[in-house]
Design a protein around this ligand. Structure first.
Ligand SMILES: [Zn+2]
Length: 59
């Protein structure tokens, strides 16, 4: 799990990049802020990117 700060609303959130392990199946997925929906960069992965609000993540 990675943590980042939204460049628009300034809230911290977690995101997780999954990889399905599909050869040649990589695509660019965007990281959207779970609070305001702002795009905060992207990763190339064959899976998906999940984002979590800080208060939804239990330690
Ligand atoms: Zn935001």
């Amino acid at each position: 799990m990675n943590k980042t700060t939204c460049k628009k609303c300034g809230k911290d959130f977690h995101y997780k990049v999954t990889d399905m392990g599909v050869p040649g199946g990589k695509d660019r997925e965007y990281i959207y802020c779970p609070y305001c929906g702002e795009k905060n960069g992207s990763k190339v992965t064959s899976g998906f990117i999940y984002t979590y609000k800080i208060e939804d993540v239990k330690p």
